[in-house]
Design a protein around this ligand. Structure first.
Ligand SMILES: C[S@@+](CC[C@H](N)C(=O)[O-])C[C@H]1O[C@@H](n2cnc3c(N)ncnc32)[C@H](O)[C@@H]1O
Length: 336
């Protein structure tokens, strides 16, 4: 999400005070925004770790978590930053309607910001367009009352190896196992033991399904997104597959060395294709692998990940190519 949506909000300073909670992701913001929000006593809640970090100066007014009624009901004014996923957006409006009779929505027009009224027609008594600028639109919604919100009611699931994995709205592979992940799981037998990291874990499918086969594995699941973290926690508990579950931007919060690191890395972030996560993963993973450890990556066939892997690893093998995906195994870190 670009900073434009915040520029739009700044045209309405009377909406920004200690009664206001801004809900949504989007780390990039105009200069001076954090100081302005701090001066106004405004709070921010995001499930995206870099966003929460970007607003860290708000101290206790910056929340990194799955949005819940208990938090929202402390604020009389909620401003929802409209997410790209319509399903997540509608779920969030349903959640807000549990605690608040009205809310504001600000969204980029190319992410559905123009059609908020239509997208929320079942959930609202009225929707008024208040402003539009910088390719973004600001709405005021009168909400139909809701009760008994439970994230689980909005979760979907998929089955793998006779076990069902839940994903909350907005989490990758919502309701279906990703084809790339399927290629990885088909070609890599679960290691019998050792420390395993599933980086960018989403529902936790890679690490948890391996734990199901090899209970002696010591599994860590990490993701940047609190919705993914919550999905992975739910799956770990429901399936009785214990794992350490860590909120981390890449390897930033990961401690120690692993015998296996697995990842189906993100590469689409925003409008631009962004390969930085994978590139950095090849560089940084060397410091988190044991001397005979293995890094396994599944990626779209057209991505030149082997080249980057060879900058950091002495042995890089293409282990499979299927359905537009390739599976790479990197070993023997050059510098660790
Ligand atoms: C392609 S999905 C794979 C999810 C899951 N492993 C699977 O196979 O279904 C990539 C995941 O990486 C997470 N992610 C994106 N950027 C990240 C970052 N900088 N650090 C950690 N996780 C990240 C996303 O939230 C998403 O859950």
């Amino acid at each position: 999400m670009s900073g434009d949506v915040y520029e739009l909000l700044l045209r309405h300073p009377h909406l920004l005070d200690q009664n206001t909670l801004i809900v949504g992701a989007g780390a990039s913001h105009p200069p001076g925004l954090v100081a302005t929000l701090r001066d106004h006593g405004c709070s921010v809640l995001s499930w995206d770790l870099p966003t929460a970090n970007a607003f860290a100066a708000l101290q206790e007014n910056s929340h990194y978590s799955l949005p819940q009624t208990e938090t929202l009901q402390k604020f009389s004014r909620i401003i929802l930053l409209w997410p790209k996923s319509k399903l997540l957006a509608r779920t969030l409006v349903t959640l807000i309607a549990n605690s608040n009779t009205e809310c504001y929505v600000a969204g980029a027009n190319d992410s559905g910001g123009k059609s908020v009224a239509k997208a929320c027609s079942q959930l609202t008594a009225s929707a008024e367009k208040l402003d539009s600028a910088r390719h973004c639109t600001l709405w005021h919604l009168q909400l139909n009352a809701e009760s008994g919100f439970n994230w689980l009611k909005h979760a979907d699931s998929f089955t793998f190896s006779e076990q069902s994995y839940i994903t909350l709205p907005g989490v990758f592979s919502h309701g279906a196992l990703d084809k790339g992940t399927a290629v990885l799981l088909e070609h890599v037998p679960a290691p019998a033991h050792g420390r395993l990291l599933d980086l960018g874990c989403g529902s936790g499918i890679i690490g948890l399904s391996m734990k199901a086969v090899s209970p002696a594995l010591d599994v860590t699941l990490a993701d940047i997104d609190a919705m993914a973290i919550r999905s992975a926690q739910l799956n770990s508990t429901r399936l009785n597959l214990p794992a350490d579950i860590v909120a981390s931007d890449g390897l930033a919060e990961i401690e120690g060395r692993f015998d296996f690191i697995f990842s189906n890395p993100p590469f689409h972030q925003g409008k631009e294709t962004d390969y930085e996560f994978a590139r950095q993963l090849f560089r940084d993973s060397c410091r988190h692998l044991t001397s005979d450890g293995q890094l396994w990556i599944v990626a779209n066939r057209h991505l030149k990940y082997e080249e980057w892997a060879r900058e950091s690893y002495a042995q890089v093998e293409l282990m499979a190519q299927e359905q537009g995906f390739k599976l790479i195994c990197a070993q023997q870190p050059i510098q660790s």
